[in-house]
Design a protein around this ligand. Structure first.
Ligand SMILES: NC(=O)c1ccc[n+]([C@@H]2O[C@H](COP(=O)([O-])OP(=O)(O)OC[C@H]3O[C@@H](n4cnc5c(N)ncnc54)[C@H](OP(=O)(O)O)[C@@H]3O)[C@@H](O)[C@H]2O)c1
Length: 340
C-alpha cells in the first residue's frame, strides 16, 4: 500500500513535511491494554513503510519515546542512517506547574532527546496545567532558547486555549502548532482557536477525531455501551464527550448519516470522520491512535486521503450536528477540561 503523496502529506514549515494522518502513541502507554515491545517495534516498520511516517507521542506515554529510539536504531541498522530523515517524531513535555529555570527545562528536554535517540526534537509540544501560574511563559522562553541552539527544531503547544495562545504570540514566541481535541463531536476549535490560528499561521494537530473508535462502523446500530464495555481509556474519554454532546441516540443518528455518506463514496465511516476534520481550516493533521502490535487500520485509514466530501455530504452532517449541545458553552475553549 502506497499513500498518495500529494494528498497524504503537508508542509507544516518549509523544513517539515508530515503525513496528515499521524500515528498516536498514547495507545502504548498501558491505558489501552498491554503492548508487546517487540511486536510494537515491528509494527512501527509497517506504518512507516505504508507512508505513515509521522508519530505523536509524549514524555508520559509509557515507553513511547523509547519505542521511537529503538525504531530509529533498527531502521538505521537495517537501512542506513539516511533512512532516519524519513521519520517525524513529535513529543510533548508535560511538566508540573511551578518555577521554571533554564536547568529544569533543559534537563527535561535532554531526557526526551536521550530516550528518542536524536540530537534535536522534530517538534516539541508544551502543555501547562495551571494558567494561574504564569511560569509557562518562562518555560517557553527557555524552550525557544533550546530551539535556537538546535536542541528542538520546532516549538509547539498542546491543549492551550485561544486566550493563552494569544498571550504567547504577543510575547514574540514563535509557535508552529497547537494539538487539540477536534472531531465531529467536539467542534470547540471552530469558535476561536481555528480563526486565530489561521490569522497567525499556526497549525492544528487534532486528536479524538475517531473518538477512540466510536466514530467508526463498529458502533453503528449498537446499543449504548456500559462503562465496563469500553476497554480503552480513549473510548471512555470520548463516550463522556458523546454524553455531553447529545447522548447515544443522537450519536446513532450521526453514525447513520456518516455511513450513508461513506457508502456513497465507497469508503468507511471512520474515513468520513477523518476527512471532515482534515478539510477544516488550519488543520495540518489528524492523529489516529495506534495500538501497536494489537490492532491496526492502516489500509482503511489510507482511504481518508482519497475521498472528497461534497456540499451535500457536509449539509447532511451539519443537519445532525445542529441538534447537538454546544460543547464550547458547556466545557469552554480547547483544553479547558485539562485545567486544574
Ligand atoms: N494532547 C492530548 O491531550 C491528547 C489527548 C488524547 C490523545 N492525544 C493523541 O492522539 C492520539 C489518538 O488518541 P485518541 O485518544 O484521540 O484516540 P483515537 O485516535 O480517537 O482512537 C484510536 C482508536 O480508534 C480505533 N480506530 C482507528 N482507526 C480506525 C478505523 N479506521 N476504523 C475503526 N476503528 C479505528 C482504534 O481502535 P482499536 O485499537 O480498538 O482497533 C484506535 O485504537 C494519542 O495516541 C495521542 O497521540 C493527545
Amino acid at each position: 500500500m502506497d499513500l498518495p503523496t500529494a494528498a497524504a502529506t503537508t508542509q507544516v514549515t518549509p523544513d517539515l513535511r508530515i503525513c496528515r494522518v499521524l500515528n498516536g502513541l498514547w495507545q502504548v502507554s498501558g491505558a489501552h491494554g498491554p503492548i508487546n515491545r517487540q511486536a510494537a517495534i515491528q509494527d512501527m516498520f509497517a506504518y512507516h513503510d505504508a507512508g505513515f511516517t509521522t508519530w505523536d507521542l509524549a514524555d508520559h506515554y509509557g515507553p513511547a519515546e523509547d519505542f521511537i529510539g529503538e525504531f530509529r536504531r533498527r531502521l538505521a541498522a537495517e537501512r542506513g542512517v539516511e533512512a532516519l530523515s524519513q521519520i517525524q517524531a513529535f513529543t510533548k513535555w508535560v511538566p508540573e506547574s511551578g518555577q521554571m529555570t533554564r536547568q529544569i527545562v533543559e534537563e527535561n528536554i535532554k531526557v526526551s532527546l536521550r530516550r528518542m535517540g536524536v540530537d534535536s526534537l522534530d517538534l516539541l509540544q508544551f502543555h501547562w496545567w495551571d494558567y494561574g501560574d504564569a511560569n509557562y511563559l518562562e518555560a517557553l522562553r527557555y524552550l525557544a532558547e533550546l530551539r535556537d541552539e538546535g536542541k528542538i527544531r520546532h516549538l509547539a503547544l498542546t491543549n492551550f486555549d485561544t486566550a493563552h495562545l494569544k498571550i504567547i504570540v504577543e510575547h514574540g514566541l514563535r509557535i508552529v502548532s497547537n494539538q487539540v481535541q477536534y472531531s465531529l463531536i467536539d467542534r470547540r476549535p471552530e469558535v476561536q482557536m481555528s480563526p486565530f490560528c489561521q490569522a497567525h499561521d499556526i497549525q492544528l494537530l487534532t486528536y479524538g477525531t475517531v473518538g477512540g473508535g466510536l466514530l467508526s462502523g463498529t458502533y453503528l446500530g449498537q446499543p449504548e455501551p456500559s462503562r465496563g464495555a469500553l476497554t480503552t481509556a480513549s473510548l471512555r474519554k470520548y463516550k463522556q464527550m458523546v454524553d455531553a454532546w447529545g447522548g447515544w441516540g443522537l450519536f446513532q443518528e450521526l453514525l447513520v448519516v456518516l455511513k450513508r455518506i461513506a457508502d456513497k463514496h465507497q469508503v468507511s465511516l471512520a474515513n468520513v470522520a477523518v476527512r471532515y476534520i482534515l478539510d477544516r481550516p488550519a488543520v495540518a493533521g489528524v492523529i489516529v491512535g495506534t495500538r501497536l502490535g494489537v490492532a491496526e487500520h492502516r489500509q482503511d485509514n489510507a482511504r481518508a486521503f482519497a475521498v472528497t466530501l461534497d456540499a451535500e455530504d457536509r449539509g447532511q452532517i451539519e443537519d445532525v450536528l445542529a441538534k447537538s449541545r454546544d460543547l464550547y458553552q458547556l466545557i469552554g475553549d480547547c483544553g479547558d477540561e485539562y485545567r486544574r
